[in-house]
Structures are given as C-alpha cells and as structure tokens.
Design a protein around this ligand. Structure first.
Ligand SMILES: C[S@@+](CC[C@H](N)C(=O)[O-])C[C@H]1O[C@@H](n2cnc3c(N)ncnc32)[C@H](O)[C@@H]1O
Length: 229
C-alpha cells in the first residue's frame, strides 16, 4: 500500500487552511500528558524551549498558520511546503510574511544555511514520504539547519507500515487517506546521529519526552523535541 500523493493538498488547500485557522482539528484526544490538549500547547512549549527567534515551519501547510503565529510572537519566521497552492494561500492570508514563504520539496536538501534556525517545526509531514527518504534526507536536513542549542519539534503518525483512515472533514461520507507511519525510537536514533538530544520532560510537569495523542480522524501521533548539541 502507498501513502497519498500531494494532490490531496492541492485539491483541498482552502478547506485545510480553514480548519487549521479555526483550530477545530488541532485538538488532541487521549493525550499521554495532562497538559497536552492541542497544537497550541506544543507550539507554546516549543517557543519556551527555543533560545532565539528565527524559526522554520517545514511543511507549513495551506495558509501557513504557525508561521504567522510565530511572526506575531516576534519571530523571524519562515515556511516551506511542497504544494504551491498552500504557499499562495499563506501569502494571501498573511501578507506580512509573504516574503518568508516558499515552495520546497523536503525530499530534497533545504535551501537554508547550516545552523540558520533556533526553532524548526515539522508537524505531520513525513507521513507523506517513504521512510528511506525521511531518514536519509529530510530528518538530517532538519537537524542541519538548526543552530547549536536550537530545537526541532517533530510530530508524526506512529506505528509501522501505511495506514488508511476515512477523514470525515473533507466531503460527505469522508475521504480515504493513507499515511506512512514511523517508529519514534528509530527517528530519535537518527536525530541523535545528527547531533541532537531528546528534550526530556521537566521536573515540574513541563511537556517533554515522548508525547502521544490522537487527532480527530482518529490517528495516533507521537511528538517530541530534540535540541542540537
Ligand atoms: C498534514 S499537513 C501538515 C501541515 C502543517 N505542518 C500542520 O501541522 O498543520 C502536511 C503538509 O506537508 C506538506 N508536504 C508533504 N510532503 C512534503 C514534501 N515532500 N516537502 C514539503 N512539504 C510536504 C503537504 O503539502 C502538507 O501541507
């Protein structure tokens, strides 16, 4: 079985952007940590962890919501996505960051200097590529563009193989979608080989370590932060 092509995002850019900006599909269920209720909890913790204010949302999605959110928090925020429609919509919705949004296929090396970013987000993107590509190119590239002390937030669907689920958010009766699943321990080992270390949970209950939750479809996710040594 193969995961979906990027055509889904080309066809549904407007709808994806609408859901994203409403945060209606950014709420988590069955989370492994009591303070983890949705995307905003991840983003606010990521910003707490990052020492500087230059950020990249790698695979920013239609409308570039989180790039704009970082911008409103004083970040020099960039976004890339493989789908041109997603980037065009981001520029239309958020002209303030238009010059920071660009089309890029993360199956290829990123066009940023080594050590350029204090914070890199990569949320629900590697599910659309083969593990071979993610492991050989995408993940090492995310680590490469991090500055020493910089933080990567990696969020992905957890498990093995490819899973298909009916997504009720798109059209009557739902749309079948297929996603590549990943083993979190394997991804962490690859990042460790790239000079990164897991951000452990804080003693006062701050988010960290391996975090798990379900999205509304529902699909099980894992998310964690690593810091570049
Ligand atoms: C589920 S969406 C996630 C968007 C955003 N990160 C978020 O959390 O809302 C997946 C995004 O990854 C992008 N994407 C998939 N494969 C990609 C690739 N090879 N390079 C860059 N972006 C890619 C898609 O176009 C889509 O916008």
């Amino acid at each position: 079985m193969q995961f979906d092509s990027l055509d889904f995002y080309r066809e549904h850019a407007q709808r994806y952007s609408q859901l994203s900006h409403e945060y209606t599909h950014s709420v988590y269920n069955g989370a492994s940590h009591p303070a983890l209720n949705g995307d905003m909890d991840m983003l606010t913790r990521a910003v707490e962890l990052a020492a500087g204010k230059r950020g990249l949302d790698a695979g920013c999605g239609a409308g570039a919501r989180d790039v704009y959110q970082l911008f409103t928090w004083g970040y020099d925020a960039y976004g890339v996505d493989a789908v041109e429609e997603n980037i065009i919509l981001g520029k239309e919705l958020h002209p303030e960051i238009a010059d920071k949004l660009s089309v890029a296929d993360m199956r290829e090396p990123l066009a940023f200097e080594t050590g350029f970013f204090d914070l890199v987000l990569c949320n629900a993107v590697i599910q659309h590529m083969t593990p071979e590509t993610a492991e050989a190119t995408t993940i090492p590239e995310l680590a490469r563009v991090l500055a020493p002390g910089g933080v990567l937030q990696l969020m992905f669907k957890t498990g093995t193989g490819v899973a298909t689920v009916s997504d009720q958010a798109y059209g009557a009766g739902g749309v079948d979608r297929s996603f590549q699943l990943y083993d979190e321990r394997r991804l962490l080992r690859i990042l460790e080989d790239c000079g990164c270390s897991l951000v452990e949970a804080g003693e006062s209950g701050d988010l960290g370590g391996m975090l798990y939750f379900n999205d509304p479809k529902p699909m099980r996710y894992c998310a964690f932060w690593v810091r570049k040594n």
